[in-house]
Design a binder for this molecule. Structure first.
Ligand code: COA
Ligand code: AMP
Length: 638
């Protein structure tokens, strides 16, 4: 623990605890409403209550129009920095508003209105941001799908969200290859039962897409025509409780969960975090190295920096290899970045390639004040290395797609609390965190348990899952009545610091990407040669975890293990996408099970990680564990 600084955290948290409604009413003053909230919270509405139930607003207005009106027209809003294409561009608030209003007019022409869903399947280019904001402007509900997902995953989301329109680009660019998006979209549309009315396709020069004659529309041509005709769409008034977006995240089965974000609570919370948590002022430059397909990208590449009148960097590249491990330092220097937000895996990648941080030499990072990490557990080793080389506070903070912003963090803006490596620090206002045993009783300080949040959830958290209140209740609210179950396990120490150690369900975290092992098992099981299978997340020095599949083949199948592995790896890549990073499928004779037939995944994971394990009392045949150990050893694991 380093020396404590004066922090306003305790008094701010106490203020919230004393009167949550007054706290959020005060925070809501920072938003420009169309009809300001008279009622802050309605405990009777929705599944667990609704925030700002009588207010109306427009998110895009607060992100753009308001700043243009108030003197930020010429200030950069979005800096696009793309080492993979060798392009840089800067959009002022006025430019961004112009682009968004014109695109929104095009969407209107294509029939999109308030409440309609729009799927956005795009790489990290400015048009992805324009698209999100154009939907927000119209009161349409966007659902961004990460580009690393394959056709089937996209199809599942299309069927669940039933979009009127799909927005895409012809390709994304990975350091080693150009990923053509359009064939993936075409594949998804042939798999999906829902058929959107049209697709708006942005042609990129790296790979032009072939267009479906009636369904596909040319993005650039339609926007150019709208601009030439002076067409601009106005902001549409929506209820604070209307959905701004749906973001699908991995559930415990192959069917993803449609996390719903409302307009009002999201506006209030995100705006509050910029100053109080991240310590960023309007006009300063914020750099979130994530992807707009993830919640971190939604909140801190797009919405929060813009709501705050800051400048956001949109980076189309990787932490290493584009071209080297000094890429982030270049961006920070060149754009005068004050805070960087990324996943620990990015720093593990940089450290691996440049352990002495030689690429930092000569870089002017004088504007840079803090590094924020989230998306997976920040291992103390990586954290310490980042502190040593950057010489600024390195702040771990914990959140989930479901919450939209930080649950437990260390508020730089309010004044940093002493950092304990391995802990994201303390609950933010809005969150009362407990650590419970299986019976729902609080465990003593320092004891592992289920980390839960007392209801109601604060503004910006999901009010429900898209058109599925029942699944929302079952997945999050039923295990511990009165609490939201985070499905993270951890402990709270005697100082109230929260430690998040891992998931309690079958979600794994690969390079900061949240993936379902259940979803991967469904894919493996669909292979005709596979009788049964299990996928577990095993430790990986770079990505934190990597999936490892164990398969038992059907009797009579004579495929060699290497052959079946090659087919299964290709199948997961085809069905889920490259983002799954599925590279290991070991053929075994049997899976370890309890006498009641439950597969002992946790024990298999411990064997793979070389950890000690207690022989499960209910195991059917202990010899199977030795067989698993042998299979792993054969691949240099365990
Ligand atoms: N479109 C298409 N494919 C994509 C993609 C996209 N948007 N993003 C990733 N992929 C592909 C990659 O090319 C890779 O394919 P490959 O198996 O052919 O090599 C695969 O998906 C796995 O990607 P990733 O896990 O990102 O691994 P990587 O080796 O490309 O990069 C890191 C490793 C650590 C550099 C990278 O994961 C990273 O920068 N992580 C930052 C973390 C982050 O952004 N987290 C989001 C939440 S904050
Ligand atoms: P996602 O919804 O993709 O943001 O993933 C959320 C999950 O990532 C959480 O439930 C945690 O398991 C993990 N996670 C995110 N941030 C942290 C963190 N700072 N420390 C530990 N785990 C984290």
């Amino acid at each position: 623990m380093n020396a404590p600084h004066a922090s306003r955290y305790q008094e701010t948290y106490a203020l919230w605890q004393r009167d949550p409604a007054a706290f959020w009413a005060e925070a809501a003053q920072a938003i420009e409403w169309i009809r300001p909230p008279q009622q802050i919270f309605d405990g009777q509405a929705g599944v667990y209550g609704r925030w700002f139930p009588d207010a109306t607003c427009n998110t895009c207005f607060n992100a753009l129009d308001r700043h243009v009106r108030d003197g930020r027209a010429a200030q950069p809003a979005l800096i696009y920095d793309s080492p993979v294409t060798g392009t840089k561009a800067s959009y002022s608030y006025a430019d961004l508003l112009g682009e968004v209003a014109a695109l929104a007019a095009v969407l209107q022409d294509l029939g999109v209105g308030k409440g309609d869903r729009v799927i956005i399947y795009m790489p990290m280019i400015p048009e992805a941001v324009f698209a999100m904001l154009a939907c927000a402007r119209l009161g349409a509900v966007h659902s961004v799908v990460f580009g690393g997902f394959a056709a089937k995953e996209l199809a599942t989301r299309i069927d669940d969200a039933a979009p009127k329109l799909v927005l895409t680009a012809s390709c994304g660019i990975e350091p080693t290859r150009v990923v053509e998006y359009k064939p993936l979209l075409d594949g998804a549309l042939s798999l999906a039962s829902h058929k959107p009315e049209a697709c708006l396709v942005l042609q990129r020069p790296q790979a032009e897409a072939s267009m479906h004659v009636t369904r596909d529309r040319n993005w650039r041509a339609l926007v150019a025509a709208a601009k030439a005709n002076g067409r601009k769409a106005d902001c549409v008034e929506v209820a604070a409780t209307d959905p701004l977006y749906i973001l699908y995240t991995s559930g415990t089965t192959g069917r993803p969960k449609g996390v719903v974000r409302d307009n009002g609570g999201h506006l209030v919370t995100l705006k509050w975090t910029m100053e109080n948590l991240y310590g960023v002022k309007p006009g300063e430059v914020f750099f979130t190295a994530s992807d707009v397909g993830w919640v971190v990208g939604h909140s801190y590449i797009v919405y929060a920096p813009l709501l705050h009148g800051a400048t956001s960097v949109l980076y189309e590249g990787k932490p290493v290899g584009t071209p080297d491990p000094g890429a982030f330092w270049r961006v920070i220097e060149e754009h005068k970045v004050v805070a960087l937000f990324t996943a620990p895996t990015a720093f593990r990648a940089i450290r691996k390639e440049d352990p002495q941080a030689k690429h930092l030499a000569g870089r002017d990072l004088s504007h840079f004040r803090a590094l924020f990490l989230a998306g997976e557990r920040a291992d103390p080793d990586t954290l310490k290395w980042a502190e040593e080389v950057l010489k600024v506070p390195v702040i771990d903070h914990w959140w989930q797609t479901e919450t939209g912003s930080c649950i437990v963090g260390n508020p730089l803006g309010l004044g940093l609390l002493p950092i304990k490596h391995g802990s994201p620090t303390v609950p933010m206002p809005g969150y009362e965190i407990s650590c419970l045993d299986e019976a729902g009783k609080p465990v003593p300080a320092g004891t592992m348990g289920a980390i839960v949040i007392r209801l109601p959830l604060p503004p910006a958290c999901l009010p429900t899952l898209w058109q599925d209140d029942q699944r929302f209740r079952e997945a999050y609210l039923s295990a511990f009545p009165g609490y939201y179950t985070t499905s993270d396990a951890g402990y709270i120490d005697e100082d109230g610091y929260v430690f998040i150690m891992g998931r309690t369900d079958d979600i794994i975290n690969v390079a900061g990407h949240r993936l379902s092992t259940g979803g991967m098992e469904e894919v493996l099981a669909s292979h005709p040669a596979v009788a049964e299978c299990a996928v577990v997340g095993i430790r990986d020095a770079l990505k934190g975890e990597q999936p490892c599949g164990f398969v038992v083949l059907k009797a009579g199948v004579s495929l060699a293990p290497a052959e079946i592995e090659r087919e299964l790896v290709a199948l997961v890549r085809d069905k889920i996408g490259p983002v799954a990073a599925f590279k290991l499928a070991l053929t075994v004779n049997r899976l370890p099970k309890t006498r009641s037939g439950k597969i002992l995944r946790a024990t298999m994971r411990k064997i793979a990680d070389g950890e000690d394990y207690a022989m499960p009392a209910t195991i059917d045949d202990p010899a199977v564990l030795d067989e698993i150990g042998v299979a792993l050893k054969g691949r240099g694991l365990g």
